[in-house]
Design a protein around this ligand. Structure first.
Ligand code: MLC
Ligand code: AMP
Length: 480
């Protein structure tokens, strides 16, 4: 028998093609349920195809960046899927962003189009703006879709770096596809699963791990556009959810209600984006008979470490490397920064080679998280070398808030630190030195509202006479 070369069409394993295959397969089944609105495969195929063709008619082509306001409604989701299916690059913008934050991203990423609902804001840009609901209207012919190559850029997600400057984390189609493969294997995710999620779509947790992966596995995503604990448990039971992905703040609120036991009907509850306390994990285990599966990730690496589905899910730990991921961890008994390498690591920060080189070298991502290895190899996240506050699963960079505070009139200096909170993990607190005179804290808070997303605004502003700085003038936040 002659040996035959097997030519694998790698674009067939990229997410757009996998999505389309499931859309065709699930002619009658629900692939998406947004706030109770059931969407079948063919409907999402049609809506996302029409969005892609609408963008084409606006002059958007493969490789162009499209800023997308991450609303959790059907037309916005169809637009996001359409952007990727036509080979353009999806750049999610948080719904809660201030104009200053959005303008900074527009200036950096220079989008060809902006897809945003509601009243459009007066932003400085050459990009064409379009409402997702209007995008597919009257579009003529869909054209070629779903032929993305593994190395094509798919996604740029903005995250504020230690300098306070937002940086665009780039992921290729290959990176997203590999993440789906790893999670499918690790969590036994199948076409019969029904995933309940109320995670926002402007971060990789809600967007890639919940939405993109569910559509690629062919399971059903039950999406809640806001997180209301009572409604969430009702949906878990009425919609026969089999899995849910949460951040610890959500689990904390569910545990504060009376119907946590409803979640006992799920096959797995996954938690991540910030540390889940052992106490909360134990409480949920007592009331549901189920141990939450905690996993670890980062926008730059996507999810890389997870507790096992089968075997012990150990509270206080994040488990083991996901399939395909290699971890550089300290020797047993010591602590050091975790480095991650694998098929889902980012390909750099958009237009920032120097910042990229600081974090990514030879395929290894320096996470800024300090870890140790527990007995039997379970990984424990025990600290951070980066100055970062994680509040409700969202990152707040002290330097970014301090810069905004220091630009406000009357403020001479500022320092922002995280204060521990059972509900939020941490909340941001600002210490401020005033130029002179009395402070109008209310006016200050009002000004901040126009400059920062709500979750970044300090919960408390404390006026002080001095801030701890070392001999070189560097702020010593840990002393506050
Ligand atoms: C909302 N607020 C927050 C906040 N979320 N403040 C601090 N931290 C947060 N995370 C503000 C609101 O704007 C409001 O301000 C006040 O707090 C009270 O709001 P709320 O109504 O109680 O909050 P809610 O809207 O219910 O939001 C809470 C939440 C949300 C937990 C549902 O924060 C959330 O969806 N978090 C998930 C974030 C996430 O997906 N992270 C993944 C990142 S990816 P005001 O001023 O109006 O009173 C990643 C990688 C990985 O990290 O490993 O996954
Ligand atoms: P982000 O940049 O928003 O992707 O946030 C990534 C950071 O979230 C990581 O570097 C960790 O500090 C933190 N994180 C994610 N998951 C966990 C977890 N399970 N336990 C502790 N920290 C986590």
């Amino acid at each position: 028998m002659s040996s035959a070369a097997v030519l694998l069409d790698r674009s067939a394993t990229m997410l757009p093609k996998r999505w389309r295959d499931h859309f065709e397969l699930h002619a009658t089944r629900t692939v998406l349920d947004v706030d109770g609105r059931q969407v079948s495969g063919p409907e999402l195929d049609h809506l996302s195809g029409a969005s892609a063709s609408g963008l084409r008619s606006l002059g958007v082509g493969p490789g162009d960046r499209v800023l997308w306001q991450a609303d959790a409604n059907l037309s916005a989701i169809a637009a996001a899927i359409g952007i990727l299916r036509m080979g353009a690059v999806l750049v999610p913008a948080a719904t809660v962003q201030s104009d200053l934050e959005r303008q900074t991203i527009i200036d950096d990423v220079d989008p060809a189009a902006i897809v945003a609902g509601g009243s459009s804001r007066a932003l400085r840009t050459n990009a064409v703006s379009v409402d997702p609901a209007a995008l597919g209207e009257g579009s003529q012919g869909v054209g070629t879709l779903d032929v993305t190559s593994p190395d094509d850029l798919a996604l740029i997600v903005y995250t504020s770096g230690t300098t306070g400057q937002p940086k665009g984390v780039m992921h290729t189609h290959q990176s997203l596809a590999a993440q789906v493969d790893a999670l499918t294997v690790a969590w036994g995710w199948s076409i019969d699963d029904r995933l309940l999620s109320a995670l926002p779509l402007f971060h990789v947790h809600g967007l890639v791990v919940a939405l993109f992966a569910s559509l690629a596995v062919g399971s059903t995503l039950i999406l809640e556009s806001t997180f209301e604990p009572e409604r969430f448990v009702t949906r878990a039971s009425d919609a026969r959810a089999s899995m849910t992905f949460c951040v610890p703040t959500m689990l904390h609120r569910l545990a504060g209600g009376t119907r946590l036991d409803v979640l006992a009907g799920l096959r797995v509850i996954v938690s991540g984006s910030s540390a889940l306390s052992v106490a909360l994990s134990d409480l949920i285990a007592e009331r549901t008979g189920m141990r939450v599966l905690e996993r670890y990730g980062m926008t730059e690496t996507l999810l890389s470490v997870s507790n096992p589905l089968e075997g012990e899910r150990r509270p206080g730990t994040v488990g083991f490397a996901l399939p395909g991921v290699v971890l550089d961890v300290p020797a047993y008994g010591s602590e050091a920064e975790l480095r991650v390498s694998g098929p889902s690591t980012f390909s750099g920060y958009w237009n920032r080679p120097a910042a990229t080189n600081e974090v990514l070298s030879d395929g290894w991502v320096a996470t800024g998280d300090i870890v140790r290895v527990d007995a039997d190899g379970y990984l424990v996240v025990c600290g951070r070398s980066k100055e970062l506050i994680i509040s409700g699963g969202l990152n707040v960079y002290p330097t970014e808030i301090e810069e905004v505070l220091c630009r406000m009139s009357g403020v001479a200096d500022a320092a922002v630190v995280g204060r521990p909170s059972d509900e939020w993990g941490e909340v941001a607190v600002a210490y401020v030195i005033l130029d002179s005179g009395a402070a109008d804290l209310d006016a200050m808070k009002e000004d901040l509202a126009g400059l920062l997303s709500p979750y970044k605004r300090p919960r408390e502003i404390i006026i002080v006479d001095e801030l701890p700085r070392n001999a070189l003038g560097k702020l010593q936040r840990h002393l506050l």
